[in-house]
Design a protein around this ligand. Sequence first.
Ligand SMILES: [Ca+2]
Ligand SMILES: [Ca+2]
Ligand SMILES: [Ca+2]
Length: 415
Amino acid sequence: MTAAHRGQWRKAPENSLAAIRAGFADGAEIVEVDVRLTKDKVPVLMHDATVDRTTNGTGRVADLTHAQLRGLHLRAGLGGRQAAVTGERIPTLAEAMRASRTLGLVNLDQAWKDREAVWRVLEETGTVRNGLFKSKAPVPEVREFLDRHRGALYMHLVDDANAESVAEFGKERPPAVEVVFDDVRDRVAQPAFLQGLRATGRVWFNTMRNDYAARFTDEASLIAPARGWGALIAGYGATILQTDNVETLKSYLTKGVADPVPPGAVRVQAENYAPGGAGVAYHDTDPGNRGDGPGRRGDHVDVCDHDGAVVVCWMRGAEWITYGVDVPQDGHYTLKARVSSPYAPAGTYRIAYDGGRPGKAVQVANTTAHYAFALQDSRDPRQLTRGRHTVRVSLDAGVFQNWNLDYLQLEPVRP
Ligand SMILES: [Ca+2]
Ligand SMILES: [Ca+2]
Ligand SMILES: [Ca+2]
């Protein structure tokens, strides 16, 4: 099963009704949302304690009434102060559950402390069988709640700190267990423990960030599924994956490929720039590799690892970097760049082919987070002949530049 983390935030604001609908429409069986109570005790969807990141307002959810929250607008994607303000508003949990009733399960994150108020919403909206509670609370506390609310769906969360709590459930094991491990040597990541979980239910892993499943991430999966989703399914017994990449995970589960190169296209990873060193293959203004990723020995190009995505980062004005690209056949091509940035504007780049003049300035999109990558069309197509070409990406000097480049992709287009 696929669980869409905070809904399909690549198409609508996180934790919005549109993101919930898009998550189910893109094939997720589960949408994960975050629940908080307003000052007047209305359960609403909001990840953070404050509305600052994801809306055009400020303040703590617990200090704002439902009426006050309704006046706010959600920001695009994962938000941030420079993300676009949308027409979407903060949904109540009741609205979210009604929207999901015929579509799938809703994983109620951060809801355990307010579980009685949440339960009332599920009852009122006829969605007791849609709402999935979760916690790592002591087992007697969980039992007490489940005994009083027969029919409640519950998933227990374990890491190495509470691994033995699963056994305390005895014969009444929850139908799913969420396993969090940041190291493959963790106790909860060992085969015997996981086989025990699989014997009685589903096993849930999170692949959004590096620390949730020991670097088996969405982004690593896009490079090669065996580095992420494939490993969790084959080696760790995963039956539910929570992802920030709903469409690519569904593609992998149904077709066996995560992020295929389109027919007739050619892709080059940003970190695989041309040989030759400084002044020949690149110009970089930050001494050494300022990133935390696997840079090339002795080079100054900055390479970061954003939760499994290996990217050129610390982009600064006047820098440039060159790639060798093998064009498969004569034709008209557009260059797309897989980029990320929480800024608006994020920066600009120009493309030059085979030592020629740089093309028009391409504005890098605000993707709302450094780890939120999107494939962006430069909309500056060129006629290219079959064979090897050089592509130089140069960043305009004197303008703000702070973005990340994952890969370049030349795709055939009609002239
Ligand atoms: Ca550098
Ligand atoms: Ca740099
Ligand atoms: Ca890359």
